[in-house]
Design a protein around this ligand. Structure first.
Ligand code: NAD
Ligand code: MN
Length: 365
């Protein structure tokens, strides 16, 4: 039996309702998988900031680094107006743990109970760069020198792109595309399609920053081991257009941080609810599973948050911890719950609670 230690960082809002669901799933995995999980509760977020003065306590980072094989992160709230001293801990966490890739699989629910928002079913993965671009958060505001009244201001933000980060994100996108192609083959459905990576950027306008991303990603993906993949690129605005019009076309999409953020929320709409879409933060060490949604203050405390994004994030975490069989058990149980479509939360038109959905998935593990 293999022992694995998992950090639990619920954060704020519905994060505290869905992370316990993730824990329950790990505890309920069949013993035949030979895995034994232990857990450590960790603090982060806006509530934590108000209580302790730190949005991301050093203890959380240290414990993740020193004790944990994996972790589950819920969501944190970020006030839209600046609160002195507070900054969302996610970006800092990704940085200090070298979690350079955010991997977001988006798959249509195949169920007679829910009409798909798209004509054809989609099954794509967005691989979002996680450490740079506009999210370096180097901003400044100053008086507009062309304005004699001194009333007008200018704000600037740095968009930083490095060849190092662009290379490694394209490389992991290539590896994911290879693995997906292998799994489609093994699934034996006959018409398994070729693996494909679409590089997205805006280098027609931003020839240096996005230009560097594009050129480096192209180079990384032209390594011989990616020979079996189709590599293509698409400018991000037309990417949005085609993604909405013909989403079934895509396999793996690799993008700089901001475009990846936008494209993945858009893709979530194409499968019906943010409450369904998982992600994992992947890098050099620990893997952190994280639902794509936020803290959802509008439904907080009602016990009706959809736990499936988190449960699937447990699966994606396990996949990147090299435990694909355990991940598959979870995906299948979720698919079975959705296929029946009886016990689902209100975002999917049902009346079930977070707990009822979780227990139904557990029954199917
Ligand atoms: P949100 O994702 O929290 O909510 C958007 C909408 O989707 C809401 O109507 C919400 O009720 C619904 N929704 C989200 N998750 C759901 C679930 N599991 N089940 C059912 N419905 C669900 O985005 P928002 O409202 O723009 O942001 C709210 C707060 O979350 C903000 O403070 C924002 O900064 C924060 N946020 C955090 C993260 C993160 O921690 N990774 C991501 C996005 C937003
Ligand atoms: Mn986002």
């Amino acid at each position: 039996v293999r022992s694995l230690r998992i950090g639990l960082i619920p954060g704020d809002g519905i994060g505290r309702e869905v992370i316990p669901a993730g824990r329950k799933i790990l505890e309920a995995l069949p013993p035949s998988l030979g895995l034994n999980f232990s857990f450590v509760d960790l603090d982060a977020g806006f509530e934590c900031f108000k209580r302790t003065g730190a949005a991301l306590p050093q203890k959380t980072i240290d414990t993740l680094k020193q004790e944990c094989d994996g972790a589950l992160f819920g969501a944190v709230s970020s006030p839209t107006t600046k609160v002195a001293g507070y900054s969302s801990p996610i970006v800092a966490m990704r940085k200090s743990l070298s979690l350079y890739a955010n991997v977001r699989p988006c798959k249509t629910v195949l169920s007679p109970a829910f009409p798909s928002p798209t004509k054809s079913p989609i099954d794509l993965v967005i691989v979002r760069e996680n450490t740079e671009d506009l999210y370096v958060k180097e901003e400044k505001t100053y008086a507009d020198p062309s304005d004699p009244t001194g009333k007008h201001q200018i704000a600037e933000a740095i968009k930083r792109i490095s060849s190092k980060a662009s290379w490694r994100i394209a490389d992991i996108a290539g590896q994911i595309a290879l693995r997906r192609a292998r799994m489609r083959q093994a699934g034996g459905k006959g018409e398994a399609r070729q693996g494909m990576v679409t590089i997205t950027h805006k280098s027609n306008v931003l020839s240096q920053s996005d230009g560097l991303f594009r050129a480096t990603a192209r180079e990384a993906l032209s390594q011989p081991r990616f020979n079996s993949l189709k590599i293509e690129e698409q400018i991000v605005d037309s990417m949005v257009y085609k993604l909405f019009l013909q989403p079934e076309y895509y396999d793996v999409i690799v993008a700089p941080n901001l475009y990846g953020d936008l494209l993945s929320d858009g893709s979530a709409a194409l499968v019906g609810s943010l409450g369904l879409v998982p992600s994992a933060n992947v890098g050099e060490g620990i893997i952190i599973g994280e639902p794509c949604h936020g803290s959802a203050p509008d439904i907080e405390g009602k016990g009706i948050a959809n736990p499936i994004a988190t449960i699937r994030s447990v699966g994606v975490m396990l996949e990147f911890m090299d435990l694909p069989e355990a991940a598959e058990v979870i995906y299948k149980a979720v698919d079975a719950n959705l296929a029946e479509g009886r016990l689902v939360t209100p975002d999917l038109g049902g009346t079930a609670t977070t707990e009822q959905v979780t227990d139904d998935v557990i029954k199917r593990l």
